[in-house]
Design a protein around this ligand. Structure first.
Ligand SMILES: [Zn+2]
Length: 477
């Protein structure tokens, strides 16, 4: 088959044509979530764009195998393997065991993915399933002289590599060599600043809850080793595409390459795909400040999660994306309008095969041009305006949805039905009723400030409320 998909490879810092190791087949790996908390919508941006990447490759004819890990052990609060264990702090926060926390937040993660139409990868493997594989890789790295034992831990020796900082420019390399990234004091066991832990038996931070026996004592694996082992377990020693967020580039992906290529003795993965941050006006969004933005929070505010998916698709994955409720409101209006237009199309008549091929080609061209998803959506708008019959339009839009997964037709139908009854979408109606309930509770508690604030909030959405003897009524203004 023809290799026509072009995208930005972080490893070569250039746009390249994807040429898989094996013709027609793609081996793809995604760094999965650390399951100690609900997923932030900023992290979910990466998973949405990786989902579009996978679906695009399938759409243009590749046979894709995609693997993802679940980090349920070993990810410390700093990516550079210092600080408290994330899983342990989650367990302490909620008074549960680490495995209970892992199960709960793994399920929550896949619930969110379901709501955002993110396909589950072909293989999903929790790190705790693969302890023997981790131990084996660490043993080989020690034997080959790429690792050393110190203070009870096993470390990777970054000075053994000719080019450890594979992703970085010459200037960045210098900065990385001098800068100690962590706000905690450096680990005295390390020979070089950026050496990292492969296996812990001793940590100056609070002890890990889950531990396993190993040749170096009872302990637990470092975070980076998980991805090297889990990907090789399911995809072998040669991989086509490795995905993640831009914050994974250093140190996580840099360390994955160091371990994997030292272990195999050859190049490991050819293409690296990284999705940029979701920001707010003040800069990068973090879990610690302001609203902790989750899919459930967006739903509780009356948004259809697919509006957030469209919001991500309307921007290029390599650019930072700025989030605000104002922008999301605009996206909601655009999504609803588009969905309703699609739902009005009649599934009648003959398919115009010439038009079908032409628009399909435009759609593929947009995606094959470094995953230009907003251009792919523009093809839908162009199609709706074009002099083409409804049957052809509808067939194309449903065909495109194999990649975009915006459910435009189904959601449009729902919206038109809801509008016929109340004049507003089902989501907005549910939101209004919830707010009226909250306002009644506030009034009962004599919290009139909150009650007034809720009234104003609804008014801003175009809903006026009136207290009557039969209860609170609402109407569009
Ligand atoms: Zn990873």
């Amino acid at each position: 088959m023809e290799n026509k998909f072009r995208f930005y490879n972080t490893l070569t810092r250039s746009i390249e044509t994807l040429i898989p190791n094996e013709e027609g087949k793609i081996a793809m790996y995604t760094c999965g979530p650390t399951v100690y908390h609900f997923a932030h919508i900023g992290n979910l941006r990466s998973y949405i764009m990786e989902d579009v990447l996978e679906k695009t490759l399938r759409y243009i004819g590749y046979d894709v195998k995609r693997v993802m890990n679940i980090t349920d052990v070993g990810h410390l609060s700093s990516d550079a393997d210092t600080g408290e264990d994330k899983m342990l702090s989650g367990a302490k926060r909620e008074n549960k065991t680490v495995m209970e926390i892992a199960k709960f937040y793994t399920d929550a993660f896949f619930d969110d993915c379901g709501k955002l139409n993110i396909k589950r990868p072909d293989v999903v493997e929790p790190a705790t399933n693969c302890i023997p594989e981790f131990i084996h890789m660490v043993e080989v790295l020690l034997k080959k002289g790429y690792a050393y034992e110190a203070g009870g831990n096993v470390y990777f020796d970054t000075s053994k590599l000719e080019d450890y900082y594979v992703f970085s420019s010459a200037v960045e390399k210098e900065q990385l060599q001098v800068g100690v990234r962590d706000d905690v004091e450096a680990d005295a066991n390390k020979k070089n600043t950026n050496d990292f832990v492969l296996w812990f038996t001793k940590s100056k931070f609070e002890d890990q809850a889950l531990k396993w026996d190993s040749p170096w004592g009872v302990g637990y694996p470092g975070w980076h080793i998980e991805c090297s082992c889990i990907s090789m377990k399911h995809l072998g020693e040669y991989m086509d595409i490795h995905c993640g967020g831009v914050d994974n580039i250093f140190p996580h992906h840099t360390n994955e390459i160091a371990q994997s290529e030292s272990y195999t003795g050859h190049k490991w993965c050819n293409y690296w795909f990284h999705v940029n941050h979701l920001n707010d006006k003040s800069g990068k969004m973090s879990k610690s400040k302001g609203d902790f933005l989750t899919v459930s929070l967006l739903e509780s505010k009356g948004y259809n999660p697919l509006v957030y998916r469209m919001f991500c698709l309307q921007s290029h994955y390599r650019k930072p994306l700025e989030f605000s409720y104002e922008v999301l409101d605009n996206m909601e209006a655009a999504y609803n309008k588009l969905a309703k237009r699609v739902a009005e199309l009649k599934d009648e008549g003959e398919l115009d095969t010439t038009a079908f091929r032409m628009f399909k080609e435009k759609f593929e061209d947009a995606l094959c041009d470094d995953l230009n998803t907003s251009m792919a959506i523009t093809v839908i708008y162009d199609l709706l305006k074009a002099d083409v019959n409804d049957k052809t339009k509808l067939t194309l839009i449903n065909d495109f949805d194999a990649v975009l997964s915006l459910n435009l037709y189904e959601e449009g139908k729902k919206l038109s039905e809801a509008t016929q009854n109340t004049g507003v979408s089902a989501e907005l109606e549910a939101f209004v009723l919830e707010k009226i309930k909250e306002r009644a509770e506030a009034k009962k508690a004599k919290d009139f400030a909150t009650a007034d604030a809720i009234r104003d909030e609804l008014l801003a959405k175009g809903i006026a409320i009136k207290d009557t003897r039969e209860g609170t009524k609402w109407e569009l203004v």
